[in-house]
Design a protein around this ligand. Structure first.
Ligand SMILES: Cc1cc2nc3c(=O)[nH]c(=O)nc-3n(C[C@H](O)[C@H](O)[C@H](O)COP(=O)(O)O)c2cc1C
Length: 230
């Protein structure tokens, strides 16, 4: 059976060849995959096999959690009318979130890298209804509080697994402005709220290293340095 293996940096276009779910993504070196996992918001509308979504969610389940309580649940929304419902609320929430950045963007000297991030986030908000999988990550409350810290390792594992198998994805949270409504829409009980929405699809662009501060600016030994005296 022919298989389609994604290369590490090339665009991956869906084609007629069946995907070998067991082998896809298994050959990506861990650290190289990690360094080239970034927010991919420009996604094709082509469907993603449910077995591939299952595979990336399984990667999520290998995350650590306090007491190994594994509080996560994943809800994949794929029906077009349901995606439209989600996208409408995301768009509204995003519009108020992004307004200050859009105003700042008009000013001269706005950093080009930040401009690209804002533009790609706007693109996602405008096209979310077309993204084939809206993967919600929800988790149980602990002592009455959401334990989002117990969900983010699983979320990152899913993003890394998407990278490995050639899917594009992005961590988003602005849907929480409509959190109660969306949680009810997903059939989640109040004690299992969503924390994140990962739009997942085949990327239109390429993977690559995201811009990051050099580690030398972030790593210190023994003590964080004193501020320089004037
Ligand atoms: C807690 C958290 C919440 C985020 N929420 C959103 C969001 O609602 N919408 C969005 O487009 N991106 C969201 N992002 C993605 C960030 O914008 C992205 O990780 C950042 O710009 C770095 O992107 P890069 O890896 O492509 O450089 C979120 C990231 C984090 C960690």
């Amino acid at each position: 059976m022919p298989t389609r293996k994604p290369s590490r940096t090339d665009e991956i276009a869906p084609d007629a060849a069946p995907i070998d779910i067991a082998s896809i993504g298994e050959d990506v070196p861990l650290l190289e995959g990690l360094r080239t996992t970034r927010a991919i918001r420009r996604l094709r509308p082509d469907p993603v096999p449910p077995a591939l979504i299952r595979k990336v969610c399984e990667a999520g389940t290998f995350a650590p959690s306090g007491g190994n309580r594994q509080p996560w649940s994943f809800v994949a929304v794929t029906a077009p009318d349901r995606r439209a419902f989600v996208a409408e609320r995301y768009r509204q929430a995003f519009a108020s979130y992004i307004a200050p950045a859009l105003a700042a963007l008009q000013k001269p000297g706005f950093p080009p890298a930040k401009r690209r991030t804002v533009e790609s986030a706007v693109y996602l908000a405008e096209h979310l209804h077309e993204v084939p999988v809206h993967l919600f990550v929800a988790g149980t409350l602990r002592r009455g509080e959401p334990q989002t810290q117990a969900l983010f390792p699983a979320i990152q594992n899913i993003l890394l697994a998407c990278r490995a198998v050639g899917l594009g994805a992005c961590l988003t949270t602005v849907h929480r402005r409509f959190g109660d409504e969306l949680d009810a829409f997903l059939g989640l009980p109040r004690e299992r709220p969503t924390c994140a929405l990962l739009p997942i699809g085949w990327p239109r662009g390429r993977y690559g290293r995201p811009p990051r501060r050099p580690v030398g600016e972030c790593l210190f030994w023994e003590r964080y340095p004193e501020p320089d005296a004037d």
